[in-house]
Design a protein around this ligand. Structure first.
Ligand code: C2E
Ligand code: CA
Ligand code: CA
Length: 689
């Protein structure tokens, strides 16, 4: 095969010319082309044989018509007919063999090619024979007749034998060369005709060569295209595979990244982003679900972390997260909020949500309370749970978490432990705060505030030395709202600045204009830190005094101990110092409840401390210690001491013995209108020691 292939490939390359031949044509490709050419040769076989047969018969017929027929001619025709039958039979066998064999083996291919060559060349030789028989004759007619038939056969052979390079050439040579030679060498040579025959042979050979080249080229192209298509399909397949792999890889990587972004590195459970993503996804998939958030705050985790080690702390967090995750299903999202705080977001239809929360808390307690054994330590971890429900409302996840966090903090405040706390109260509180804030914004304009006054009685003289102004709010929307509720809210929303200014103005005006109030009785106004730190607070006070005509030394500002907080103390000290310089008195209110300030009392200029009513109302041993110490220190700093919350005669007597300078409380008078406003107003009892 190799030799043949080389031979044909040489022919092929030669006939193909540059571009298609050469390096591009492999021997394997040549082999395929050869097989194609053989197939084509065999399929042309029928036509070739029949033309041969017809031409031979016609020639013999013509000779007979011309009366030149001899025995040799008849024998010749019979032999030709036999060769043709053999060729047809061979062609038939080839087609039968090819019908069952897709690709011929080398051996087989060579055998069939040889058969083809032999049979076709036998046919060609028969024409040489007839040329030998007829050309040298004296009869010009038969001579020409034979030449015409041979020429016609040669012309047809250039096309019909184009698939068979070698056979075609041999065939043409067998057809034309013998008569050309005979014409030249016979007794009466016909050199012109011989020459013409040779030229004709040359032309036929070139034509055949070209035809073969075209065929060869087209088969090469066919195979190259096939290979290309196969290649492309394969590449496509590979690309598809590759694309598919790429897609999976991208998806995988995205998932990994998502995991990284949405999961807690330490415990592997969701982190804040993961919780939010879970919540959003759940909401998107099923809008009917309602949510609850459990805020799980480990108790005394700091002790484990600091006391044992951070590594053990980490392990505890991992164990807790695994245990919490052990019973979670697709209705739960378990996440770590930070530090020792875990979150469980629960999603369920409205009617199932409360049960799910109950069950989850029980399961969580059961799972987490089991002792944790880590490197020789047996640890018991408890937790406080805050619960926030979103049923009926439509809060965002962060709001829910915030509420649950507040609820958990509430559990901690009221004694930590595995107590869970629904946030109902907090929720109501939240709503209440919201409506209070909204109503507060309109309260001043709606003239819903008024002031009640409570006297402060001098312990020595029994006289009213000060009236404390206590703000009252009768809201059209919410009814009477106590100051302990609305003042902190007003402070939060900065509404206190406006409200405080109004209160100060109204109280100063009332006291100034009230004829029943002695000229040396002062008016005490409660002032929030938020007001004092406002720029121009002192100017505001001065303006109120100027507007109402009240003397500065008749005004008292009650401030809480929080003024001693380092952050703002300097600024506050400056403002209060300025006011004090104007003659305004400064009292420290609710003394003993807040910032430990006994040692700092001298840092801000002031006049009196008001011991918080909680000590007086309790009046146990502890309270007595605090009251006595406060009196001692205050006196040492040159400050007067006022006791508030005096409800009984016993309170008053005891405080008198302790050396309190003044009293305030229900025992003397409840806050109310001033005598000038209401004639029935009176102090229940005034000490006259
Ligand atoms: P506070 O300054 O400590 O006011 C004294 C509170 O104790 C008043 O409560 C008063 O009614 C109450 N009280 C007086 N005597 C007794 C008593 O014998 N027993 C008991 N149990 N309570 C007594 P009120 O009026 O509810 O005021 C609560 C708080 O609201 C005040 O506490 C004060 O901190 C704040 N507040 C009131 N008005 C204003 C204001 O105009 N501005 C600011 N910033 N705060 C105000
Ligand atoms: Ca007060
Ligand atoms: Ca007070």
């Amino acid at each position: 095969m190799e030799n043949n292939a080389n031979l044909v490939s040489r022919i092929g390359k030669r006939v193909l010319g540059p571009g298609i031949g050469g390096a591009l044509i492999s021997d394997e490709l040549i082999g395929r082309v050869q097989r194609d050419l053989l197939d084509l040769a065999y399929s042309n076989n029928w036509a070739n044989v029949l033309v041969n047969l017809a031409a031979s018969a016609s020639l013999v017929g013509a000779l007979w018509v011309l009366g030149a027929l001899n025995l040799m001619n008849v024998i010749w025709l019979l032999v030709v007919a036999m060769v043709c039958v053999v060729r047809l039979w061979g062609g038939y066998l080839f087609h039968r063999a090819r019908a069952v064999v897709d690709e011929m083996k080398d051996e087989e291919f060579r055998r069939w090619r040889l058969r083809y060559r032999m049979s076709a060349i036998s046919n060609a030789l028969m024409w040489s024979v007839i040329a030998l028989l007829e050309i040298p004759t004296e009869n010009n007619e038969t001579q020409f007749l034979t030449m015409i038939v041979l020429a016609g056969m040669a012309g047809g052979a250039t096309g019909i034998l184009a698939p068979a390079f070698l056979v075609g050439r041999v065939y043409l040579v067998c057809l034309i060369l013998p008569p050309a030679i005979i014409l030249a060498v016979m007794a009466e040579p016909n050199l012109i005709l011989s020459g013409l025959a040779l030229v004709f042979l040359m032309v036929m050979l070139v034509t055949h060569r070209n035809n073969h080249a075209v065929l060869f080229r087209s088969f090469v192209l066919k195979h190259q295209n096939q290979a290309l298509v196969e290649d492309l399909t394969q590449k496509n397949r590979i690309t598809e595979n590759w694309n598919a792999t790429l897609e999976t890889r991208v998806a995988q990587r995205t998932e990994e990244l998502r995991n990284l972004v949405e999961h807690d590195a330490l415990t592997g459970i969701l982190n804040r982003d993961g919780i939010v993503a879970w919540f959003e996804e759940k909401k998107r998939l099923d809008a009917t679900l309602e949510y609850a958030v459990l805020f799980i705050d480990l108790d005394r985790f700091k002790q484990i972390n600091d006391g044992l080690s951070h590594a053990i702390g980490d392990e505890v967090l991992r164990v807790v997260s695994t245990r919490l995750g052990s019973f979670a299903d697709d209705r739960h999202a378990l996440g770590r909020w930070g530090g020792d705080e875990f979150l469980m977001v629960l999603a369920a239809p409205h009617e199932e949500l409360h049960d799910l929360v109950e069950i989850t808390i029980t399961q969580a307690q059961k799972a987490v309370s089991a002792p944790i054994n880590i490197v020789g330590h047996t640890l018991h971890v408890g937790f406080s749970t805050g619960v926030a429900f979103a049923s009926g409302h439509n809060p965002g996840i962060s709001e829910l978490i915030h509420w649950a966090d507040l609820a958990a903090a509430e559990v901690k405040r009221s004694g930590r432990g595995s107590v869970h706390n629904y946030d109902r109260m907090l929720l109501l509180e939240q709503e209440r705060r919201l409506s209070v804030t909204q109503a507060l914004r309109r309260a001043l304009d709606a003239d819903e505030f008024h002031i009640e006054y409570q006297p402060v009685i001098d312990a020595q003289t029994g006289r009213i030395i000060v009236y404390e102004a206590l703000l009252r709010w009768q809201s059209a929307l919410l009814g009477s709202v106590p100051p302990d509720e609305f003042i902190p809210i007003a402070e939060e929303s900065a509404l206190i600045v406006e409200i405080g200014e109004w209160c100060m103005g109204a109280a100063c005006k009332t006291i100034q204009e009230c004829g029943e109030v002695s000229d040396d009785t002062k008016i005490a106004i409660n002032v929030s830190i938020r007001q004092i730190v406002m720029p121009n607070f002192a100017e505001m006070v001065a303006r109120v005094l100027a507007d109402t005509g009240l003397a500065a030394d008749r005004l008292v500002l009650e401030v809480t101990e929080s003024i001693f907080e380092k952050r703002q103390m300097n600024q506050i000290a400056k403002v209060l110092g300025k006011l004090h310089g104007m003659g305004v008195e400064i009292y420290i209110d609710d003394f003993g409840t807040g910032y430990s300030s006994l040692s700092r009392l001298h840092e801000i200029r002031m006049d009196a401390v008001k011991i918080d009513k909680s000590f007086i109302l309790a009046m146990d041993d502890n309270a007595r210690v605090v009251i006595e110490a406060a009196i001692q220190i205050a006196h040492r700093f040159g400050l007067r001491v006022i006791a508030e919350g005096i409800e009984t005669k016993d309170h008053r007597c005891e405080l008198e013995a302790m050396g309190v300078d003044a009293y305030q409380g229900y025992f003397f008078a409840r806050p109310g209108v001033l005598p000038c406003e209401d004639q029935h107003w009176q102090i229940s009892e005034v000490s006259n020691t």
